[in-house]
Design a protein around this ligand. Structure first.
Ligand code: CA
Ligand code: CA
Length: 147
């Protein structure tokens, strides 16, 4: 009787430990999935990014969602604080870190005018493309599956 009682207690403790491990695993999994944080100054997986200067320098706007108007944003330093430069018509480098979608970087706000296509995984220096024709002209960003 006593022996059975001890076994039962141990069994319950073991089950509790397993449940705890399982729930900890879920919490860690959630944190990993949500690790891309928009506007933290780091261009992470799942984000579309533009930099003020070429070679991905001079501040970044890193965003997982859509940006209808870059005039509502300022560039960020790598510690996530603003550097004071408004982001409209002031992009010289682009990068798409989308996992399932590509980026359209738009000439005008609200997805107006032409768009500059950046496939997932690709990056561009606008200063070096077509004599800088698209440099300092980007005003919006959206996601699209070109595949
Ligand atoms: Ca980020
Ligand atoms: Ca523009």
């Amino acid at each position: 009787m006593t022996s059975n009682g001890i076994k039962h207690t141990l069994h319950r403790a073991a089950r509790a430990a397993i449940v705890l491990v399982a729930s900890t695993g879920l919490v860690l999994g959630g944190a990993t999935a949500a690790s891309a944080e928009s506007l933290n100054g780091v261009c992470e997986s799942g984000e579309g990014c533009q930099w003020r200067l070429s070679s991905q320098s001079g501040g970044v706007v890193d965003q997982a969602g859509t940006i209808s108007n870059y005039a509502n944003y300022t560039y960020r330093s790598t510690n996530g604080t603003t550097n004071g430069y408004n982001a409209d018509n002031r992009a010289s480098a682009l990068r798409c870190r989308g996992n399932s979608y590509d980026n359209k970087f738009w000439q005008h706000k609200d997805q107006g005018g032409w768009y500059f296509k950046v496939y997932r995984g690709a990056s561009w220096n606008l200063t070096e493309y077509k004599d800088g024709e698209f440099d300092n002209r980007i005003s919006g960003m959206s996601w699209y599956d070109f595949s």
